[in-house]
Design a protein around this ligand. Structure first.
Ligand code: NAD
Length: 324
């Protein structure tokens, strides 16, 4: 597509604003329609980002022939229905994580995207941090991958804590960590065992802390910690560590803005001043559309990330190793 990519945003909350701000910084793309069930949220974002219109009707945006791509930035319970409708309308799709909270919904989205011949990119922003990519190049086939995403305790009334809209920390955010662990391992998970429970929100339906061991098809292994017990003040919320077969290691910390590399003899640290994941994922999606190619990630990546999270949940509840 040589011309400007026109984008319609569905879900004008916190992440809708983040994506609108990223698109504004990218040449050859513009957000022209802003949709939210909350009319004033849609209007505010449309006013702030120079939209052509604000609406409460997703159908209006999906049937707008001027629009090439839809950004789905709603809560998790509406991801599947909106993504399926967007695919049927022939729109390219960027969808916030997780693809959906259950595999039926994830697979339903993937089927519709394939049948419609559109592209769907799940928004796993961590893939695009330059130091994440550098760590992967430094140790492309690690023996051991460590992935940790540990937040401060989520408020009981936070929507993401709701079992239907959000799924709580492990279901809502675990897909970020499991996606990156697949990426670093360069292999799909084969078996997973996990323990944990509902520690920070006693009596809640959802599991909020998870400690898991993953074996990949390559035979290499991963250790995954997810929850909202407290942010590590040295590691920050996001922490990954790779151990290579040739005596190398790398740690990513400070929200993936710092990485310390060890090549077996020398050690050095690289730093970035800003978090670039959101912006660079938008660059990737828009570039892919302009170049008529598939974006770096697709619905299968979204399915796999959720599949691992769900398997960990089953392992915690049953005490049994899960085979994927
Ligand atoms: N990648 C990241 O780092 C990251 C960080 C935070 C949130 N997220 C994801 O972004 C998404 C949105 O999260 P948020 O924090 O912006 O939530 P939010 O509650 O701030 O915004 C969601 C908006 O969607 C609207 N909405 C709900 N159902 C709708 C529907 N059917 N049609 C139109 N609008 C609808 C709501 O009114 C609300 O304004 C979630 O998937 C969340 O997991 C990603």
């Amino acid at each position: 597509m040589a011309r400007t990519i026109n984008i319609g945003l569905i879900g004008c909350g916190g992440l809708g604003r983040v994506h609108a701000d990223c698109v504004k910084r990218i040449d050859g793309a513009q957000m022209i329609a802003f949709c939210d069930t909350n009319e004033s949220a849609a209007q505010k974002l449309s006013d702030d980002f120079g939209g052509k219109y604000a609406t409460t009707s997703a159908d209006k945006v999906l049937s707008d022939r001027e629009i090439d791509a839809i950004y789905i930035c709603t809560r998790h319970d509406s991801h599947a229905s909106l993504a399926i409708a967007a695919a049927r309308a022939g729109k390219q799709i960027l969808i916030e994580k997780p693809l959906a909270l259950n595999l039926n919904d994830c697979e339903g989205i993937a089927r519709e995207v394939e049948a419609s011949g559109v592209h769907l990119m799940p928004a796993f922003k961590m893939r695009y941090y330059p130091l994440v990519q550098k760590a992967h190049e430094f140790i492309p086939a690690p023996l051991i991958v460590v992935g940790q995403m540990m937040d401060n305790r989520w408020g009981d009334d936070h929507w993401a804590q709701d079992p239907v809209q959000g799924g709580a920390n492990v279901h809502s955010q675990g897909c970020h960590t499991t996606d990156i662990m697949r990426y670093f391992a360069g292999s799909e998970p084969k078996t997973i065992w996990a323990t944990g429970g509902t520690f920070t929100h006693p009596g809640h339906k959802c599991i909020d802390q998870c400690v898991a061991s993953i074996q990949f098809a390559s035979g290499r292994v991963g250790s995954w910690i997810q929850g909202d017990a407290a942010q590590g003040q040295f590691t920050s919320k996001f922490f990954f560590e790779l151990f290579g077969p040739d005596g190398r290691s790398v740690q990513l910390y400070d929200r993936l803005k710092k990485a310390t590399f060890f090549d077996g003899q020398n050690t050095w640290t690289e730093e970035r001043t800003d978090e670039e994941g959101f912006y660079l994922e938008n660059v990737e999606f828009i570039s892919a559309l302009k170049e008529d190619r598939a974006p770096a990630l697709n619905a299968q990546d979204g399915i796999q990330a959720t599949r691992i999270v769900l398997a960990a949940d089953r392992a915690i509840r049953t005490g049994e190793i899960q085979h994927l």
